[in-house]
Ligand binder design. Structure first.
Ligand SMILES: Nc1nc2c(ncn2[C@@H]2O[C@H](COP(=O)(O)OP(=O)(O)OP(=O)(O)O)[C@@H](O)[C@H]2O)c(=O)[nH]1
Ligand SMILES: [Mg+2]
Length: 538
């Protein structure tokens, strides 16, 4: 077998591409072009997607009628064994006349490799009119029925021409006629009848039989039956049958040419309506920069910076309880505490209020951000695709603000967390307060009742040291207060960053799911559509 398995570029891949265009085209491609493409595909049928260069002719009929003998007589070679033992042919045999590329089709027909033959040399002997013919020698139709339920229908339905081989004894065989011929009524253009074993009959008998068969077929509903008397033994009628087959090959070639011309015209109109040009280069995904832009805009709209700032302020406020120099704080205790108005347990609610308020106030901003993304992506697209990208981008827009609010409300900032260093600092400050208190007591006693103190401390010369210690403790307290302020600020901005990062991550996930994903689906469809359209051009 010399047929190659790689399909040649031709009508078949272009038709496959056209069916992809039709699959992706609804709502995008002009409905008139869509329906023309659909009807062209229907006309071409499934078979053409496998191979357009071949004409499949099947020899079908009852066992012993002489299918294999005729197959051999037509091909001029002993390719398919014939015999008296019934049935002889168990699996379909195929012979290809001079064309590579039938592999995919023969694979699809499930014809085994050892049953595939090539007849390329015959073309040199004046058989060029059979160029592209695939002749199938089918098993007896009852045997094929037994193989798989739909194999016979598949093979017969796929053939461009069915040659029913009948033998004189059983030409009126009910199974052939009732089961198949009546089903084929109306399709006589693709069915011919070979009245085989004609050599067994006299000229008169044959003429009578031909008339009888014609009548019978008409009664079965075949309006213009083509009956060819043949004899595989003497070769009589084989040339006539060959020329009927050659006509089918020519007819098919003409049909293919017509189909090709129609496809070329349709393809031109499609590409005029939707030029492939740069459209095919538009990416099928959203680039990182645009994604970032959308997330930034959504974060602004839901007030991520405002929430972050609130978090930062709260952190600073809370820290004063722990790290400030206690003395002024004790004095402050008698004044209203700002923390009371910013109750920490309710901070989740605070954040929710900020988020909800901002989102509803800025729904327009969310819309604008989504609109800007769609505009940027579809700027150079055909108007229908541009509209489709916008539609995809906005498909869930109405739900975006509420989803953002819900998602951000679920985010629970750790507002009651007390960093370890706050506790240490508090202890240190109390130590300093104690030292300050001791210093004051020492000073007072040294001035007023030096006798109470141990001699070394009560000595007037030691009093300046006591004063120095007290003042130093105060200074140290103030200094550590200043230093801790700096640390608090650092911690506050870190907390803010962490919260903003968390919120941003959630905003980004929502943007991805509700905006980017639908848009990318449309972009992928756009890309696949133009890729297919480009392939239709061949
Ligand atoms: N006299 C005569 N005998 C024929 C003719 N065609 C086939 N035969 C004989 O009829 C018998 C059956 O032929 P096959 O070609 O094997 O028949 P088939 O239709 O392929 O049968 P299955 O493979 O069993 O379906 C063989 O012995 C052939 O030699 C013919 O035109 N004239
Ligand atoms: Mg056979």
């Amino acid at each position: 077998m010399t047929t190659a398995t790689t399909p040649r570029p031709g009508l078949a891949p272009r038709l496959s591409a056209l069916s992809k265009v039709v699959e992706l085209g609804p709502g995008r491609l002009d409905p008139k072009l869509m329906s023309e493409a659909e009807s062209l595909l229907l006309r071409a049928g499934d078979r053409l997607k496998l191979s357009s260069e071949h004409t499949v002719v099947a020899l079908a009929g009852g066992t012993g009628s002489g299918k294999s003998s005729l197959f051999n007589a037509i091909s001029g070679l002993e390719l398919s064994p014939t015999g008296v033992r019934r049935p002889t042919t168990a699996r379909t045999h195929a012979c290809v006349w001079g064309l590579d590329g039938a592999g995919a089709l023969l694979d699809w027909l499930q014809i085994q490799w050892r049953h595939r033959f090539s007849r390329s040399s015959a073309l040199d002997k004046g058989e060029s009119q059979l160029h592209g013919l695939i002749l199938l020698d089918l098993p007896d139709h009852d045997s094929i029925r037994a193989l798989t339920d739909n194999e016979a229908d598949r093979l017969i339905g796929l053939a461009d021409l069915v040659v029913w081989v009948l033998d004189p004894q059983k030409y009126a065989d009910a199974s052939t006629h009732r089961r198949y011929v009546t089903e084929l009524a109306g399709h006589e253009a693709v069915t011919v009848f070979a009245l085989n074993q004609a050599d067994k009959l006299s000229t008169e008998e044959l003429a009578e039989l031909v008339i009888d068969l014609n009548d019978l077929l008409r009664r079965e509903g075949v309006e213009h039956p083509t009956v060819v008397p043949t004899s595989a033994v003497t070769g009589r009628g084989v040339e006539s049958l060959k020329s009927v087959i050659a006509q089918a090959v020519a007819r098919r070639r003409a049909a293919i040419q017509k189909l090709e011309a129609d496809l070329a015209k349709l393809e031109q109109r499609m590409t005029t309506a939707m030029p492939v040009g740069e459209a095919i280069a538009i990416p099928a995904t959203v680039d990182e920069a645009r994604k970032m832009g959308l997330v930034d805009a959504l974060c602004d709209a839901v007030g991520v910076p405002a929430v972050g700032e609130a978090m930062e302020n709260i952190y600073v406020e809370r820290s004063t309880k722990w790290v400030g120099w206690p003395l002024p704080r004790w004095i402050d205790r008698f004044r209203p505490d700002p923390l009371k108005t910013l109750r920490l347990e309710d901070i989740g609610e605070e954040i929710q209020t900020i988020a909800t308020g901002t989102v509803s106030a800025q729904a327009a901003e969310v819309t604008n951000a989504v609109q800007a993304l769609a505009d940027g992506l579809s700027a150079s697209m055909h108007p229908t695709w541009r509209a489709a990208v916008h539609h995809a981008a906005r498909s869930q827009l109405a739900k975006v603000p509420s989803t953002l609010t819900k998602e951000l409300t679920d985010l629970a900032p750790e507002l009651d967390r007390v960093p370890g260093w706050w506790k240490l600092l508090k202890a240190w400050q109390y130590l300093l307060v104690a030292a300050f208190g001791l210093g004051v007591v020492w000073l007072l006693l040294g001035l007023l009742a030096p006798g109470v103190l141990p001699p070394s401390l009560g000595d007037p010369a030691a009093l300046p040291w006591a004063a120095l210690m007290t003042v130093s403790v105060l200074g140290l307290g103030a200094l550590s207060g200043i230093a801790s302020r700096n640390f608090v600020e650092l911690g506050a901005s870190r907390e803010r960053e962490r919260l903003e990062r968390d919120m941003r991550r959630r905003v980004s996930a929502i943007a991805e799911k509700m905006v980017i994903e639908p848009v990318e689906r449309e972009l992928a469809r756009h890309h696949a559509f133009y890729t297919a359209l480009n392939r239709v051009s061949g």
